[in-house]
Write a new protein. Sequence first.
Length: 235
Amino acid sequence: MGLREKELIGFMGVIGYKFNDIKLLNNALTHSSYMNEKRAETKINNERLEFLGDAILDAVISEYLYLRLAQSEEGVLTRVRANIVCESSLAKCATTLNIGDVILLGKGEVNTGGRQRSSILADAMEAILGSLYLDGGMDNAKKVILSIFAETIENAIAGKLSTDYKTMLQELIQSMKENQPVAYETVKEEGPDHNKIFYVEVKINDVVKGKGKGKNKKEAERNAAKDALDALESE
């Protein structure tokens, strides 16, 4: 048994699910930067699994909230779900599972703090859920999701997850000696009108300090601000 296989088996113990096809889990924990550096003919990475996992997570959380919050209106359900499936919540769960220790990254990403980067961790979390669904079906995926996200779900329902990273970033910048302007720019939009994904960059003194994505511009800006805070704190 090789070192990588031992890592994956250990991780299966952490999430409480044994994969029938361990290659699916390995793909979910392979970032595009790793395969690009390997220059392999087959560019296997976790991006397609991330796409699938995002949909699976939305479906499971939507059903759970629909049944759990039987008296709540659509707007409340939407707001609570958004706080559960947003990048910051996904990254926090990924950190709890130590996904940063087992994901395969290119040397460039490793050297620039990729193992702690919220966007990479959140994407890997979604990819793992996608691989789990393909390997074991919806029932197993639901069981693992509701276990991993149990604390996050309860905090979201209690209204404890609304973190204003944009304000936190602005206050941090204002505390610095020089007055540095902060600007948010939507650099890309993907998907149909009813299910768009927005990509935003936050610039400080015209230098990109953070990137984020979300299902609306507000979420994308919040995630970009969180990414910038993480970057500034590590400098």
